[in-house]
Design a protein around this ligand. Structure first.
Ligand SMILES: Nc1nc2c(c(=O)[nH]1)N[C@H]1C(S)=C(S)[C@@H](COP(=O)(O)O)O[C@H]1N2
Ligand SMILES: [Mo]
Length: 244
């Protein structure tokens, strides 16, 4: 069992007993009956987390868990047309309304100022994963390095096979909006966007492009892949901006 699934016991001390019990069962047991019991403990823990998170407030005063969401202990793979997942072929293009567009490879990304941010993510299908430690480069850093022009108002995230997602500049350059290559100290699995994905955690998770290839600054908004397929253009989870 990987540590990324471990609840934050400083924040959720009441989950410690259930977690220890589950670890004990997992290490002691083989066989479907025990695994089924282990599975039900996972669900109990997640329900407790949801209840806690509903009571908790963010620094901005909003509830930790947006309406209509429940917590999962780890990301659920939501599919999409995968990139090649290879750090050797990875390139990120930073372009659009900037003075000096540039393209960087994986080593180039690692040379920029790095941050690790704790962030919760919220999938429109109703699950949230709380307290991930996401490591990468702030989109604001890329904007600054490229010399973003004053007319830019939106960001278009570009990914493998033409996937795009749009976000207002202000939200896409927030402190916790990243180009990220590590979650809880581990590289992403291919299904989660390896080697590098976008992260705009305060909007629904479809705005966080997996297998990212570009960040484009634009003046006029352009609805992306899901936004033209019935999802909300803005996607604020606290306003339940699910469908357009
Ligand atoms: N390139 C790309 N990025 C994508 C998607 C996609 O289909 N292609 N799906 C989005 C959706 S709908 C969600 S909910 C999240 C899911 O990320 P996960 O599979 O890591 O949980 O990725 C988003 N990023
Ligand atoms: Mo999604």
């Amino acid at each position: 069992m990987s540590d990324s699934r471990r609840p934050d016991f400083d924040r959720y001390p009441e989950l410690k007993a259930a977690w220890d019990r589950r670890q004990f069962i997992k290490s002691a047991a083989v066989g479907t009956a025990f695994m089924a019991l282990g599975g039900s403990l996972v669900r109990i823990a997640a329900d407790d987390l949801s209840k806690e998170a509903r009571a908790e407030r963010r620094p901005d005063g909003r509830p930790r868990l947006p309406p209509g969401q429940r917590t999962l202990e780890y990301l659920r793979p939501m599919g999409g047309e995968q990139g090649d997942g290879d750090v050797k072929t990875f390139r990120l293009k930073v372009h659009g309304l900037v003075k000096t567009p540039f393209e960087i490879d994986y080593a180039g990304l690692l040379k920029l100022p790095q941050v690790t941010k704790e962030a919760d993510v919220h999938c429109v299908t109703g699950w949230s994963m709380l307290a991930g430690q996401w490591k990468g480069v702030q989109i604001a850093t890329l904007a600054e390095k490229a010399g973003i022009k004053g007319e830019a108002r939106h960001v278009i995230f570009e990914a493998a096979h033409g996937y795009t997602a749009n976000a207002p500049l202000k939200e896409a350059t927030a402190d916790n909006a990243l180009i990220t290559y590590r979650l809880n100290n581990k590289p992403f699995q291919l299904q989660h966007g390896a080697p590098v994905r976008g992260l705009v955690p305060d909007l629904y998770f479809w705005k966080s492009a997996k297998w990212i290839t570009g960040v484009r600054f634009v003046k006029d908004d352009r609805p992306g892949f899901w936004e033209v397929r019935g999802y909300h253009n803005h996607a604020d989870p606290w306003k339940e901006e699910r469908y357009g």
